[in-house]
Design a protein around this ligand. Structure first.
Ligand code: NZQ
Ligand code: ZN
Length: 396
């Protein structure tokens, strides 16, 4: 039996791991900006709709910037838009900006990565997204102040940009846009509304699932680490919602969200990401919050993929939810139910109809993914457009 397992079980893949982001975690760490940025640097501070003015983060950042030459660009919206960001690109060119300093959530950080990459890009910057360019050696350096634990953008090279005029939402991933440093002060997140706290918990949970719930690869560290991050989110997510200024819960939530997508749990193992690709289409078409699209797609995807994911679904059920009784199929059903229930428990609804979206969107999402050549999603490339449609019909 052991020998047979050795033959049929895939092994951990070779990998090279390098995460260059220096993280400053904890209370009062915003002051570290002053030692991170060159004293003569010309800086563009990017921000969202104004939350950083209300919660005191902006004044802390300004104090840390001291006498540096700083330009400010507010108004980067949730699901940052290409049309919003291009004026920031032009401002950087005009004012010869040398550093980009996003202060906000994942949208502000992602928007800044695009701006940093676009400033010295020769040609139409939309190509960065349309062609998913990964070599962007002229990108400006980025330093980030994160105010919303969710995306992991503070310690990865990914960015997701929307283009509302064409209803597109596309990602690019490049080693050239990792933040050089990021500040993670859990107290900056106390002002988050419950909807955004829940979104953050739900997004981070899905990030772990996308890298873990695939097929076994005998990667013990990645598996145990992923299970630990999920168990931490299950524990501190509801606690943070109930007690927004509980520092212990909040600091663990912030760190869990970073660990969910800074590369550690994804090295050398198969990755899925079908839930995210389908979810991005739902945001582009129906303007549903990112995390909520994942909550709609994930339980149905697990159901449709239950045979392909059988081994890991059983492991997930046992180790994360303590499901050890019953037949294999009953345990898999229970694991999927607990996943759906977890989203419900943090106030995130899991059905398309909960968001006023009819079942017809299933065919439209499948068609759009196919038109982009995304005809084989998932860890084995087996999630066809027909299966995407099936998943969304099940999520109606
Ligand atoms: O704009 P402001 O006024 O700052 O308000 C924001 C925004 O309305 C508010 N907020 C942020 N920090 C706050 C706060 N309000 C009060 N107190 C604070 N401390 O929260 C709202 C949502 O912010 P947003 O940045 O959009 O949320 P999130 O961090 O969830 O980012 C979502 C975006 O990240 C992308 C998503 O697709 C979406 O566009 N993702 C990026 C990833 C990456 N770079 O690796 C991976 C993810 O899977 C995801 O796709
Ligand atoms: Zn996500």
């Amino acid at each position: 039996m052991g020998a047979r397992n050795l033959i049929v079980c895939p092994l951990m893949d070779n990998f090279t791991f390098h995460n260059p982001t220096r993280l400053h975690f904890g209370r009062g760490q915003i002051a570290k900006i002053s030692q991170e940025l060159p004293s003569q640097a010309r800086v563009l501070l990017l921000a969202g709709g104004g939350s950083i003015r209300e919660n005191g983060v902006h004044s802390q950042v300004k104090a840390a910037l001291g006498s540096r030459t700083v330009f400010e660009f507010f108004g980067v919206e949730a699901n940052p838009d290409y049309a919003t960001l291009m004026p920031a690109v032009e401002l950087c060119r005009r004012e010869k900006i040398e550093w980009v300093l996003p202060v906000g959530g994942g949208s502000v950080l992602d928007g800044s990565k695009f701006v940093a990459a676009a400033v010295h890009f020769a040609g139409d910057p939309w190509r960065i997204l349309a062609e998913r360019l990964s070599s962007l050696p002229h990108a400006l350096p980025i330093g980030a102040v994160l105010t919303l634990p969710a995306t992991g953008s503070e310690a990865n090279g990914a960015a997701v940009i929307s283009r509302r005029s064409t209803k597109e939402k596309l990602a690019f991933i490049s080693p050239d846009v990792y933040p050089r440093f990021s500040i993670l002060d859990p107290e900056t997140t106390y002002s988050l509304p419950v909807r955004q706290i829940a979104n953050g918990v739900g997004d981070a949970f899905a990030h772990v699932i996308e890298q873990y719930l695939t097929y076994p690869a005998d990667a013990a560290i990645q598996d145990r680490f992923a299970e630990g991050v999920m168990q931490t989110l299950i524990e501190v997510g509801p606690r943070t919602l109930a007690h927004p200024t509980d520092y212990v819960a909040r600091s663990n939530l912030v760190w869990a969200a970073t660990c969910a997508l800074n590369g550690w749990i994804g090295v050398g193992v198969p990755q899925d990401w079908a839930t995210h690709m389908i979810g991005h289409e739902l945001t582009a078409l129906h303007n549903i919050d990112h995390a909520r699209t994942l909550a709609i797609v994930l339980p149905s995807l697990l159901q449709v993929q239950r045979e392909a994911k059988r081994g890991k679904l059983l492991q997930y059920g046992a180790r994360v939810w303590g499901i050890t009784e019953g037949t294999e199929d009953a345990r898999i059903d229970a694991a999927i139910d607990r996943t759906r229930g977890f989203y419900g428990s943090i106030g995130i609804k899991t059905r398309l109809s909960d968001y006023g979206v009819g079942p017809d969107t299933a065919a439209e999402v499948a068609r759009r993914l196919a038109s982009r050549g995304m005809t084989g999603l998932g860890e084995r490339g087996e999630v066809t457009p027909a299966m995407v449609e099936q998943i969304l019909r099940l999520a109606a």
